[in-house]
Design a protein around this ligand. Structure first.
Ligand SMILES: NC(=O)c1ccc[n+]([C@@H]2O[C@H](COP(=O)([O-])OP(=O)(O)OC[C@H]3O[C@@H](n4cnc5c(N)ncnc54)[C@H](O)[C@@H]3O)[C@@H](O)[C@H]2O)c1
Length: 322
């Protein structure tokens, strides 16, 4: 397969490129490096610097390269920023995909794997299934849902086939430790907790310990980035082999409390934990049902919470002592 990975210099895109290359696929990357890094770009991939909102940048790639399937990771993803700058988020996340789909149509490339998010479920609680109501509560989630819908209508009108993946909490780093979540992107629990044991942060604050869960802290679903990335490889094979359009959750089917995550980090080195108040809009429990991805793609995650925490620790230690 010749796979165009849009956003392949970012965290999840770069891991997917590594999995594609392990799977002996040819990879072309288009990225504007707005939040990506050249050092995350696999040396065997063909790299184009460009912006998907700029049609000429996208045409340049399609005119030069034969492409079987496109993967899209090129989004802005910071929720509070999306609340402050909604137009920027719609422009990048929705308009970017609109231009990309237009060029795909012109070049008769009609297979796309799209990164969506659990944020489309909004304040859902408990186990999320793909047919649950989608009610995002911030512009970031809205842009991803709007794009999902655009892809569905485009598929209906022009005969595209898609796989839409909705991710839960992604963390960890590739086993090679050549790539991982770079240090200025840290808002998520696991890398923030790891910072607390490598001297980059004084403590981890837990927001709320009075939720109706076994230890009072919120339950979330964590997935290793390499498991997630490999699901994309399977998704591309599925489409190239004639699979029909599907939307699937990617998660672990299992929840861990924030305190359990803190304990997993504390098992590596002592982590100071400070309790804080609840944050608005945090549901008590959010876990993915991953039955659909298991059934359709024969995929299941192979890494557990300990592996995720350990790989993020090793990567973060490596980049902070460079
Ligand atoms: N990180 C998570 O926990 C998470 C969770 C759910 C869903 N997602 C989805 O996964 C995808 C990738 O997220 P990530 O964490 O790897 O983010 P990231 O910021 O590390 O990667 C995004 C990449 O896209 C590039 N990019 C952004 N806008 C572009 C544009 N207009 N043209 C060309 N390139 C552009 C950036 O330079 C960067 O390399 C996003 O679509 C996001 O919605 C991420």
């Amino acid at each position: 397969m010749r796979v165009l990975v849009v956003g392949g210099a970012g965290y999840i895109g770069s891991h997917t490129v590594y999995e594609l290359i392990k799977d002996h696929q040819e990879v072309i990357i288009l990225d504007n490096l707005s939040s990506g890094y050249m050092e995350l770009v696999h040396p065997e991939a063909t790299f184009y610097q460009g912006d998907i909102r700029n049609k000429a940048d996208v045409i340049r790639v399609f005119a030069k390269e034969e492409i079987d399937v496109v993967m899209h990771f090129a989004a802005k993803i910071v929720v509070p920023e999306s609340v402050k700058e909604p137009l920027e988020y719609y422009y990048n996340n929705v308009e970017g995909v609109r231009v990309l789909l237009e060029v795909m149509k012109e070049f008769n490339v009609k297979k796309i794997v799209f990164s969506s998010t659990a944020a489309v479920y909004g304040e859902a609680s408990g186990i999320c299934h793909e047919d649950d109501p989608t009610v995002p509560i911030n512009p970031y989630g809205e842009t991803k849902l709007a794009t999902e819908k655009m892809i569905k209508w485009v598929s209906n009108a022009y005969g595209f086939n898609y796989v839409i993946f909705r991710y839960f909490n992604v963390a960890g780093a590739d086993q090679s430790l050549k790539i991982g979540l770079m240090k200025d992107q840290l808002t998520h629990l696991i890398p923030v907790a790891i910072q607390g044991i490598i001297g980059l942060r004084d403590h981890l604050m837990i927001f709320g310990d009075d939720y109706p869960t076994k230890d009072g802290t919120c339950i979330r679903d964590y997935i290793h980035v390499s498991d997630l990335a490999y699901a994309h490889v399977l998704g591309a094979h599925y489409l190239v082999n004639g699979g029909t359009s599907e939307t699937m959750n990617l998660g672990s089917n299992a929840g861990f409390t924030v305190r359990e995550v803190a304990e997993a980090v504390n098992a590596i080195a002592p982590l100071k934990v400070v309790m804080g108040p609840r944050r608005d809009g945090d549901p008590a429990e959010l876990v993915a049902s991953n039955d659909k991805a298991k059934r359709i793609l024969n995929w299941s995650p192979k890494y557990n919470l300990k592996d995720i925490v350990q790989s993020d620790y090793l990567y973060r230690k490596k980049i902070s002592y460079k």
